[in-house]
Write a protein that binds this ligand. Structure first.
Ligand SMILES: NC(=O)C1=CN([C@@H]2O[C@H](COP(=O)(O)OP(=O)(O)OC[C@H]3O[C@@H](n4cnc5c(N)ncnc54)[C@H](O)[C@@H]3O)[C@@H](O)[C@H]2O)C=CC1
Ligand SMILES: O=C(CO)COP(=O)(O)O
Length: 355
C-alpha cells in the first residue's frame, strides 16, 4: 500500500538552502506525517580537495562550502541530479538564487509527482520580454502546481545557530496547504505564520534587496544612522508603491509581517547585499558588484544588483521611473552611471534616460 506520509525535497543547497534543509529535516523526524528523509538537490561542484560537494555533504552531513560548521542532520541526503532529488517528493521547497530558477523548472517540468505542491524561498523576480513574473508564478505555471512563498527576516547564518526569528508564508487560496508548510518549517526558534497575500509577501522579499544596496552605500560612505533610516523609510514607501502598481490587491498589513519591515531592517543591517554595497561605495564604484560578489561571498550570490536592474526595466517599460527615484538611483549607481555618493541625491535623478 502506498504511504500517505509526505516526502520533502529541497531544490537548492546554498547558504539559505542548507539552513532550510536543516530546519525541515529536524521537523520531519519529529512529525509522524512526514517521511524522515529530506532529499536536497546540490548544484554539483568540485571542492579544492578534489572531492564532489554532494559526496562530502553525505559523508559529513555538513555543507562545507555554503554552511560550514553546521550539521544538517543525517536524514538530509544530497543528490546532484535535480530530477532524481524530487522524483519521490510531494512537497518541493525551492531555494536557489533567482537567476537559475527558470532553467531548473525547465528540467523539472513533467518529472514531478502529480500530487506535488511547492513553496518558494527565493527572493527575486523573473523578467520576461512580456513583463515581470513572480518566481512562485513561474514555478506554478511551468510545473502546474500550487506554489506558496516563505519570506522573512531570515539571515541564514543566524537561523543555523537557532537564534530566534520569524517568517511569513504567503498563499493565494489554499489555506490547508499553507498550514502544512507552516507545520513543516515552524520550530521553537523559527516562528512561522501564514497570510493570504502571496504577491505581497514575495515582492517584499524581492524588493528589500534593492533597498539593502542603498543602505550599504550609505554605510560605505559613512553617512550615519539618520541617513540610513531615511533611506530605509523611503525604500519601504517605494516597495509599497511598486507592489500596489503590479498587484493592487497587496495588503498594507503584509508590510508589518516578518516579510515586510522586519526583513528590510535585518537585510539593511546585516545582509550580503548591504555588505557588498558598502565595499562598492568604499571603492568609489570602481569595482563591480560581480567582482565584489566573487571576492567576498565564496560562491554565494547577490540578488540586489540584478533585482535593481530588473525593477528598473519594469519601471522604464511602464513609464513610471519618476515615481521611484530611490530604486532608479540604485540601479544607476550599480551600473556605474552615477557615483555611490549620489544615493542621497536620489531626487535629482528621476529623469535620466535608459542606458
Ligand atoms: N542566505 C540568506 O541569508 C538568505 C537567502 N535568501 C534567498 O534564498 C535564495 C537562495 O539563496 P542561498 O541559498 O543563500 O544561495 P547562495 O547565495 O548561497 O547561492 C549559491 C548557490 O547557488 C548555486 N549555484 C551556482 N551556480 C548555479 C547554477 N548555474 N545553477 C544552479 N545553481 C547554481 C550554488 O551551487 C549554491 O547552492 C536567494 O533568492 C536569496 O535571496 C532568503 C533568505 C535568507
Ligand atoms: O534575505 C535575507 C535575509 O532575510 C538575506 O539577505 P542578503 O541576501 O542580503 O544576505
Amino acid at each position: 500500500m502506498a504511504s500517505s506520509k509526505s516526502k520533502v525535497a529541497i531544490v537548492g543547497s546554498g547558504n539559505w538552502g542548507s539552513v532550510a534543509a536543516k530546519l525541515v529535516a529536524s521537523n520531519t523526524l519529529k512529525l509522524s506525517s512526514f517521511h524522515d528523509e529530506v532529499r536536497m538537490w546540490v548544484f554539483e561542484e568540485t571542492l579544492p580537495s578534489g572531492e564532489k560537494l554532494s559526496d562530502v555533504i553525505n559523508q559529513k552531513h555538513e555543507n562545507v562550502k555554503y554552511l560550514p560548521g553546521i550539521k544538517l542532520g543525517e536524514n538530509v541526503v544530497a543528490d546532484p541530479d535535480v530530477v532524481s532529488a524530487v522524483k519521490d517528493a510531494n512537497m518541493l521547497v525551492f531555494v536557489t538564487p533567482h537567476q537559475f530558477i527558470d532553467g531548473i523548472c525547465k528540467k523539472l517540468a513533467g518529472n514531478i509527482r502529480q500530487d506535488a505542491v511547492g513553496i518558494s524561498l527565493i527572493k527575486g523576480m523573473d523578467l520576461k520580454p512580456e513583463g515581470p513574473n513572480m518566481v512562485s508564478k513561474l514555478i506554478k505555471d511551468s510545473l502546474q502546481i500550487d506554489c506558496c512563498v516563505l519570506m522573512g527576516a531570515n539571515i541564514a547564518n543566524e537561523i543555523a545557530v537557532e537564534q530566534f526569528s520569524e517568517a511569513t508564508v504567503g498563499y493565494a487560496e489554499n489555506k490547508p496547504t499553507a498550514d502544512e508548510w507552516v507545520r513543516l518549517f515552524n520550530t521553537n526558534f523559527f516562528s512561522v505564520s501564514a497570510v493570504q497575500d502571496v504577491e505581497g509577501v514575495e515582492l517584499c522579499g524581492t524588493l528589500k534587496n534593492v533597498v539593502a544596496i542603498a543602505a550599504g552605500l550609505v554605510d560605505g560612505l559613512e553617512l550615519g544612522n539618520n541617513t540610513k533610516a531615511a533611506i530605509m523609510r523611503i525604500g519601504l514607501n517605494e516597495m509599497r508603491a511598486f507592489c500596489k502598481m503590479l498587484f493592487p490587491s497587496v495588503s498594507d498589513a503584509t508590510f508589518f509581517e516578518s516579510c515586510g519591515v522586519a526583513d528590510l531592517v535585518t537585510t539593511c543591517l546585516g545582509g550580503r547585499n548591504r555588505k557588498c554595497a558598502e565595499a562598492f561605495a568604499k571603492n568609489g564604484g570602481k569595482r563591480s558588484f560581480d567582482e565584489l560578489e566573487a571576492e567576498m561571498l565564496q560562491g554565494q550570490k547577490l540578488q540586489g544588483a540584478l533585482t535593481a536592474k530588473e525593477v528598473y526595466i519594469v519601471l522604464s517599460q511602464r513609464g513610471c521611473l519618476q515615481m521611484f527615484p530611490l530604486f532608479t538611483t540604485v540601479y544607476h549607481i550599480c551600473s556605474g552611471r552615477l557615483p555611490p555618493s549620489d544615493i542621497v541625491r536620489y531626487r535629482d535623478h528621476v529623469n535620466i534616460s535608459a542606458l
